[in-house]
Design a protein around this ligand. Structure first.
Ligand SMILES: Nc1ncnc2c1ncn2[C@@H]1O[C@H](COP(=O)(O)OP(=O)(O)OP(=O)(O)O)[C@@H](O)[C@H]1O
Length: 955
């Protein structure tokens, strides 16, 4: 087994607590931690030069040195040339193992994968992926040829041999599935006619592929035949670098389910999963000379590999997944490999390169990519399955029940079959008079079996509904993301057209688009993809809605069945023991329902937070658009020599002042600070993909929230769309063009924080200690500044409004005076709204600040103008109204209407509770439905009637 050497201290060495321990204990603890924390093994394989490369006259530039080192020479280096002599990009990389041209398939297998097989059988997850540029030998390593079979066959052979050795004590079942991800859609390679498959994340966060074919077998040769057949279905096309280039990522999943043959109920079942991934070749558009369809494929491949690279970068940052947000959602590939990369899996990456001088750039990038992967840290734990309904203190009772249930199951099934054949509805409990004790016992067993069946059925449906809701949320979030991308582009487009309108001859001559289409800019690839994805996502949403409706119907039917039992059971129960048994069953069911309820609840909150971020981003986009419109209108008026009325001029000045002070950005920041406590709900913390507070993603500011994981934007970094020659990976930066460009300093999270927090040399991460976001201490001075900064604007606004009030009072006595008193009496029409934040007492900025200050400061910051400040609700105090979710189609997770007449029966289930999950979240962001806007409009009157009433000018 190769050693997994990673530079730097071992995970066990860093902790201060460990340093205080006895050396012996330290050693032990280090061992435990080392077992729990796992770094991926990264190997490199260098293939031989191929005929084409030899023909080109390529030389070998990748040299293996020892077992772990590779040196990549720069072919462009020329010691004679003074300009190049010092620009050598020769690099030395150290990997866990390096294989050169001489290495056989077996060598590669033994040194990398063989040791994983034992773990998979014991219930651990493992992932192997082959990475590298097109034609570097990935498929050769994974699948191989008949004469030299690759890793697939060798792994499966070993797996079955190991299983065979322990078959006497254990029951095993092994199933495999084989799929490809091509252009971001998933196809089943064992059953290609099944169309595109959906990727789903269940409520426990584990990834599932709905409808995938799983083949159960215990013969490696049989599987190889299936794989070879499946591989023929894989999308392959000739490209300039490889005649049989795989244009998709192929994923072979082997699942080993292991159950002890002992009858001891305390024995757990184990589930080990092994992913073997043959990635599509990374490529550079200029190198492959691909056009049209090939280029689109290439873009998809690069996009998913970029997403994979981003995940690797984020995971390999200091502190791993806990310190930095890891966006697994950017591609299907990373979503599928989420567990493998950042979760519960032992991972092996085999990077592949060509040794040829002509492939220097590809080889260099591959080596850098693979090198980063070495620093990923995962936590590996054994997958132990708990049997449902096994609660420790009831184990004995239930084991007795089990035997009886098994005995009666077949009888019940037969009876049910008979009933369905005879057309009698299945929702019934047959009551027959029982004369003997034996009859009574049998009758009781039957009731119990039906009861358990009904509970199980309901629970399964409830879980499926939670999963569906989860899928809905994911779809909706994807959709929001794409819509933001499109909206960004639309705004950007209008921005580009403005100079033309102004008739600037120089700018008129600038070609707006390469195709020369009049007045229309060519949409960047990212936007085209976003539009395509929106269509696909809509279709998927329709599909999940239909599934959900069907499931809800079935759940209603199951509840009906349970309520019939509720009526009939009391008549059947005669002995105290029987009652006790049934009571325990009900209690177990109740606990399961509560558990589901908690899961659904956490899902709901998680979703609400994500939605809030999108809404804020949308508002931010809209604000930028408004700013642009205002500036251009003003310019137009100046250019045309239009006399600006004094009041309007004042407003412009106020506007410019706000612009220069960055007040709105501060408010946005303040909002994000105040909403901190909401973001550290247990639901968020438990999710591996949910970032820690302050990690960037949790902040609603767009530059941080959705920008891909990459280095901090550099000064002068332009976020503008890049020209068409940009490499596909540049697309990720295009998603938020205005953010960097328009407010580089104010919207960068770090710089924002540095404005608000005292610069006491604190690192960003230390400002947001986990779980303490709510108690963040803003710098008193800065908070005061923020309050005063906005106060001056508030004073101007106050005088403006009171003037307007006078005008309106004179001219229109009928005008509703409410509109002119923004923060006084609440509008009674608001009382009808279900949006809770609109019902909150408005909080001025000063109020927010005061809430952070000690009383002494609070006194100083009072001023007469404060009541005219725009109302800013404290996000952390927002509680969504349950009335929003009381839709009859909502998932009624906590509702269990299983009440028996006696007090004992009633205790087994709770009363109906309000439903928890929003049925249609779309309404809140997409279509102008009820917006749960975290930021109110700056003009409170807009909040009330949707239109900004302006005071008319006196004639
Ligand atoms: N180690 C090796 N020894 C001998 N031949 C090899 C080796 N690696 C790759 N080859 C040969 O190189 C060619 C390209 O390899 P392969 O198809 O495995 O590349 P790939 O990385 O999977 O490419 P793509 O990403 O385009 O699918 C094949 O003909 C293969 O047999």
């Amino acid at each position: 087994m190769p050693s997994h050497q990673v530079a730097g201290p071992s995970p066990a060495q860093g902790s201060p607590a460990l340093r205080e321990m006895e050396p012996k204990d330290q050693q032990l603890m280090g061992l435990v931690i080392a077992l729990l924390l796992s770094y991926p093994q990264v190997a490199l394989r260098i293939r031989p030069l191929n005929a084409a490369e030899l023909e080109e006259g390529a030389t070998v530039i990748a040299h293996k040195v020892g077992d772990q080192v590779v040196v990549l020479m720069d072919p462009n280096e020329d010691p004679e040339d003074p300009l190049r002599a010092h620009r050598s990009r020769e690099r030395t990389f150290i990997f866990d193992t390096v294989f050169d041209q001489q290495a056989s398939q077996e060598d590669v297998y033994c040194a990398t994968i063989q040791h994983l097989v034992e773990g998979v059988i014991s219930g651990y997850n493992a992932t192997v992926f082959a990475y590298g540029p097109s034609g570097a030998g990935k498929t050769h390593t994974m699948l191989g040829m008949d004469a030299e079979p690759g890793i697939y066959l060798q792994t499966l052979t070993d797996l079955f041999q190991a299983i065979e050795k322990t078959r006497d004590n254990m029951d095993y079942s092994v199933s495999i599935s084989y799929l490809e991800i091509y252009n971001e859609v998933i196809r089943d390679l064992l059953n290609p006619s099944s169309g595109f498959l959906d990727l789903r994340e269940d409520s426990k966060g584990s990834i599932q592929i709905a409808g995938i074919t799983e083949v159960s077998t215990s013969n490696a040769q049989e599987i190889m035949q299936l794989l070879t057949r499946g591989n023929r279905q894989r999308t392959q096309e000739p490209t300039a670098t490889n005649k049989t280039s795989s244009r998709s990522h192929a994923v072979l999943q082997v699942t080993v389910h292991q159950q002890s043959r002992s009858t001891d109920l305390a024995e757990e079942a184990r589930l080990g999963r092994l992913f073997m991934v043959d990635l599509a070749g990374s490529e550079r558009a200029c190198q492959t000379q691909n056009r049209g369809k090939r280029m689109k494929e290439g873009a998809h491949i690069n996009r998913s590999l970029l997403a994979l690279g981003n995940c690797i970068n984020a995971l390999s940052e200091k502190g791993g997944s806990r310190a930095q947000y890891v966006n697994f959602r950017d591609s299907k590939l990373t979503r599928l490999l989420k567990d493998a990369l950042g979760g519960n899996s032992r991972t092996v990456m085999i990077a592949h390169i060509s040794p040829a001088s002509t492939s220097f750039e590809e080889s260099r990038t591959t080596l850098l990519y693979a090198y980063r992967a070495k620093n990923i840290k995962t936590r590996v734990k054994r997958n132990l399955l708990n049997v449902s309904y096994r609660i420790a203190q009831y184990t004995d009772v239930i084991s007795d029940l089990r035997r009886e249930i098994e005995h009666l199951k077949s009888k019940i099934e037969k009876q049910e079959k008979k009933k369905s054949e005879s057309g009698v509805p299945d929702v019934q409990v047959t009551i027959t008079p029982h004369d003997t004790e034996e009859d009574s016992r049998l009758q009781m067993n039957k009731i119990r079996a039906q009861l358990i069946g009904a509970f199980k059925e309901q629970m399964e449906m409830r879980h499926s509904l939670v999963e569906l809701e989860n899928t809905n949320i994911e779809l909706h979030m994807d959709m929001s993301r794409h819509l933001l991308t499109i909206a960004d582009w639309e705004r950007e487009k209008t921005h580009h057209h403005v100079p033309r309108d102004k008739g600037d001859p120089e700018k008129d001559e600038e070609p707006a688009d390469a195709d020369g289409a009049e007045g229309e800019s060519v949409e960047p690839h990212e936007v085209v993809l976003a539009r395509e994805e929106v269509g696909l996502l809509l279709a998927e949403q329709r599909k999940t809605s239909a599934l959900k409706a069907g499931l809800e119907q079935r759940l209603a039917h199951a509840k009906q069945k349970a309520s019939q039992m509720e009526k009939l059971l009391p008549e059947q129960v005669t002995s105290e023991d029987q009652r006790e048994v049934l009571r325990l069953l009900c209690r177990a069911h109740e606990l399961e329902v509560e558990n589901t309820e908690l899961q659904a609840n956490s899902l709901y909150w998680k979703n609400l937070l994500c939605q809030k971020d999108f809404v804020i981003q949308r508002y931010h986009q809209h604000r930028l658009l408004c700013e642009q419109v205002i500036q251009e209108q003003r310019q137009l008026m100046q250019d045309s020599g239009i006399q600006v009325p004094e009041s309007l001029d004042k407003q412009y000045r106020l506007y410019s002042q706000e612009q220069s002070e960055g007040t709105l950005d501060r408010l946005l920041l303040l909002h994000s600070v105040m909403s901190g406590p909401l973001r550290v709900s247990p639901a968020c913390q438990s999710s591996p993909t949910t970032p820690a507070p302050g990690s960037g993603h949790s902040q609603p500011l767009p530059s941080v929230a959705l920008r891909p994981v990459c280095a901090e934007p550099q000064a002068g970094d332009s976020g503008r769309f890049q020209d068409e020659a940009s490499p596909p990976w540049a697309l990720m930066d295009m998603a938020w063009p205005e953010i960097v460009e328009e407010k580089p300093s104010s919207l960068n999270m770090k710089s924002l924080l540095s404005k608000v927090y005292p610069p006491a040399g604190l690192e960003l991460g230390t400002l947001w200690p986990a779980g303490e976001a709510g108690s963040l201490a803003l710098s008193t001075q800065v908070l005061k500044e923020m309050a005063l900064g906005t106060k001056s604007i508030a004073l101007i606004a106050a005088s403006r409004r009171s003037k307007a009030q006078d005008w309106e009072g004179n001219k229109e006595a009928t005008l509703d005076s409410r509109d002119l008193k923004p923060n006084t009496t609440p509008d009674p029409t608001l009382a009808d709204r279900s949006w809770p934040h609109e019902k909150l007492q408005p909080h001025s900025v000063e109020h927010l600040v005061d809430s952070q200050l000690p009383p002494a400061h609070l006194q100083q910051s009072k001023s007469p103008g404060k009541s005219f400040l725009p109302a800013v609700p404290v996000a952390s105090k927002i509680k969504p109204s349950l009335s929003f979710h009381t839709d009859e189609n909502t998932l009624h997770v906590p509702e269990v209407s299983f009440t028996f007449p006696s007090a004992m029966w009633q205790s087994s289930t709770g009363p109906s509770r309000p439903p928890l999950l929003p049925r249609d979240i779309r309404g809140s962001t997409e279509s102008g439905g009820p917006h749960h806007s975290p930021l109110p409009p700056s003009n409170p009157r807009k909040l009330r009637d949707g239109s900004a009433k302006r005071p008319r000018r006196p004639k």
